[in-house]
Write a protein of this length. Sequence first.
Length: 323
Amino acid sequence: MKQKVLITGKIPPIAYQMLEEKFDVTMHQELTPLSKEEIINLVADKDALLPILSDSIDAHVINAAPGLKIIANYGAGFNNIDVPLATTKGIPVTNTPVVSTNATAELTLGLILSVARRIVEGDKITREGKFTGWAPLYHLGYELTDKRLGIIGMGNIGRAVAKRALAFGMEIVYFDKFPLSEQQEQELNCRFMPLEELIPTSDFITLHVNYDPSLHHLIGKKELDSMKSSAYFINAARGPLMDEAALLEALRTKAIAGAGLDVYEFEPKITAGLEKLDNVVLTPHIGNATVEARGEMSKIAAQNIIEVLEGREPISCVNPSYK
């Protein structure tokens, strides 16, 4: 009898193709996400679960599947899963790391350019027929050259952002719990800076840390108040890292110059008022939304399931202590 796999969302077909050769696979075919109750009902007799990042895989879901052998998250993050509970039950949790790096780094630079050069605002003005011709002081923005980019979180994505920002002639400073080696700093032409120094001296601040409860509102009113009034804030990491209400107030009062957001504190909802501001660029969590990245994510998630259900170790386990 074939082992059973549940894929909770419509993802690139390579995952289904890889898995259905070996297992009995159920894949949700609609773009509308499954409800918690639907996932609980569907997962009850499954051996493997491949959820999408927006699914909350909590105790109710995990306990509903007594035969579950692996949770292979479709995403680099995994804060949507009760990893401690999975660990106590001996269930490996896997993610899809690294493959999101280039796509997310590219989007980060896109947000920086868009907000600094007022591209979205300019597009709107032009479409509405309000462009009346070139003028010396019309629609001025800021260049990236010689500006200080403060990167909070210097993992794979943070380093990829630094590499790309160097091409724009930016000065790179960073903060991370684990500083880079001297050689890595030399290769990226960057230097470590304490957070309390990085925030008030950077022209652009971008977040690239994984979320955990200790980092909730890492950027709040205190941090925003300490930023330059000419500075820009970028978040393509996780929404709860920022206090969205405080950010709205900082943008509304021009306490900071602008922001570029790809993630939101209460996603998919955004704090009312952000959508009315011209000094913020809002994108719908598309950091790794490229054909290349999403296809590779499907392959990795499927391969993790294949490895575990065939009695081997997963390739990208986030809780190795599950054993």
